[in-house]
Design a protein around this ligand. Structure first.
Ligand code: GDP
Ligand code: MG
Length: 451
């Protein structure tokens, strides 16, 4: 999917959201019709109409908030405003889902015996409900990316804007300056060189006269390269066909391993999975306690060992327990630093061997956790881990804390490892499955126009 398709699609979605808020009154009157057609008792009908009264209020405030956030795209306060409009648009879709969810509960209580025809009905409604939930979830994801990439957009975006404001001709100086800018934004040397080479050949750039045209060509090319580099990458988590899925987390101290495990455990638990953690970072003081705090907060189980004990022994205990007690997911926290790199890599290899001995397909994932704020350093760390352990994917943390989101492009271009999840903050729900399209839109929004 090209850059402009992405932007057009998002714009359509934005427009749809606006028109939805306008057509809510239709939904409401439909819901009223529905309610009155069902033989509810007086009391509950009154209650229902009370509810829709309430909803119409929240709906009104939605359309206001949405239009405000539309008209103030560029100011710093956008994050806060779009958050507001998020909570409102959520309440909007809740209105709709409430309307729909009335259906199964009514049919259940009134027609309990006719389970056959009813269950088909309920299933259909459940499917609709699922679609709506999906739509809600998509909107939340968009907002998370939007907020999480605000810094990058302002940093990277503002720099690109400044650059374009000052350019006169597309000449050698232009390319030199563009290369500097991209490297400063962590896009990486390889990608920068490739990009500027291709841009030089791009006749379109010669014809692009306005600041906007030049900007579009540059970003379009960047996205093309990015998509090409990612061909065949699978960003989904590889789950075990049966038995526990084992995910090992590796990466230097401070990258965000423990925090990511805490967030992921909560996510899987929410999905109804039985989750267990292994505190195999036995070398760092306080590491086990930190994971234990997450386990308690998430309400999941944990296997620990003594400080400075053998991490492979913790892994062994955990995988045994996961198997015998039918856990769905085992998340293994590991050390980020030992006396030296060789020891660390050896220790990680040993843990892996223990896992594979107990479950031949395990670990199903070895996720390298990388701190986006450390830029090129993150990239060289990643290369080191990739050489020494069979890393299957990247979790890029602290994207919210960097103004140089270009690192995602560099990772794909230089490591050829899929980014599977991104950390967009410190809170439990600040972990998002990586969505390249949302990322691109979040990063370049405001710099691209489709007209
Ligand atoms: P570990 O040494 O790899 O286990 O790293 P930790 O999980 O202890 O995280 C180190 C610090 O980074 C902690 O203060 C976390 O709260 C913080 N952190 C982790 N992920 C994110 C993120 O996505 N965004 C932000 N802003 N902070 C994060
Ligand atoms: Mg840790």
């Amino acid at each position: 999917m090209g850059l402009f398709d992405i932007f057009r699609r998002h714009r359509k979605k934005d427009e749809k959201k606006q028109s939805e808020s306008a057509s809510v009154s239709v939904v409401e009157s439909l819901s009223e019709q529905f309610l009155s057609s069902v033989s509810l008792s007086q009391a509950s009908a009154a209650e229902a109409s009370d509810q829709s009264q309430e909803h119409s209020e929240s709906v009104n405030s939605t359309s206001v908030a949405v239009s405000t956030s539309f008209s103030t795209e560029t100011s710093e306060s956008v994050a806060g405003q779009s958050l507001n409009s998020e909570s409102n648009s959520v309440s909007l879709s809740q209105t709709q889902s409430t309307t729909e969810s009335v259906a199964p509960s009514v049919s259940e209580s009134a027609l309990e015996s006719e389970s056959q025809s009813n269950s088909a009905n309920t299933q259909e409604t459940a499917a609709e409900q699922k679609d709506e939930d999906q739509e809600d979830a998509n909107q939340t994801v968009e907002k998370k990316y939007d907020a999480g990439l605000a810094k990058s957009r302002h940093g990277f975006g503002a720099r690109l804007n400044r650059f374009l404001a000052n350019f006169r001709h597309v000449d050698e100086d232009f390319f030199d300056d563009l290369e500097d800018l991209l490297i400063e934004s962590d896009v990486g040397v390889d990608m920068t060189t490739q990009l500027s080479d291709e841009l030089r050949d791009e006749v379109k750039l010669q014809n692009a006269k306005t600041k906007q045209e030049v900007s579009n060509v540059i970003i379009e090319k960047m996205v093309d390269l990015y998509e090409k580099a990612g061909k065949g990458e699978n960003s989904a988590i590889n789950f075990a066909k049966e038995g526990p899925t084992v995910i090992m987390f590796v990466g230097v101290n401070g990258a965000g391993k423990t925090t990511t495990i805490g967030k992921m455990a909560a996510m899987y638990k929410r999905q109804g999975k039985k989750v267990i953690l292994a505190a195999a970072d036995t070398f760092r003081a306080g590491a086990t306690e930190q994971l234990d705090v997450w386990a308690k907060r998430d309400g999941v189980d944990i296997v620990t060992g003594p400080e400075n004990g053998d991490p492979a022994a913790v892994v062994y205990d955990a995988v045994k327990k996961a198997q015998s007690e039918n856990y769905d997911i085992l998340l293994v926290d590991t050390a980020g630093r030992l006396q030296n790199k060789v020891n660390l890599m050896k220790e990680l290899a040993k843990m892996k061997r223990v896992l594979t001995r107990e479950i031949p397909a395990a670990p199903h994932e070895v996720l390298l956790v990388v701190d986006a704020t450390t830029g090129q350093n993150a990239l060289s760390q990643a290369k080191l881990f990739k050489q020494n352990t069979d890393v299957t994917g990247i979790i890029l943390t602290k994207l919210d804390g960097t103004a140089r989101g270009g690192i995602v492009l560099a990772i794909r271009n230089e490591l050829h490892l899929p980014v599977k999840y991104v950390g967009l903050g410190e809170k439990v729900d600040d972990l998002q499955a990586f969505n390249a399209e949302e990322f691109v839109y979040g990063l370049f929004k405001g710099l691209v126009t489709t007209n």
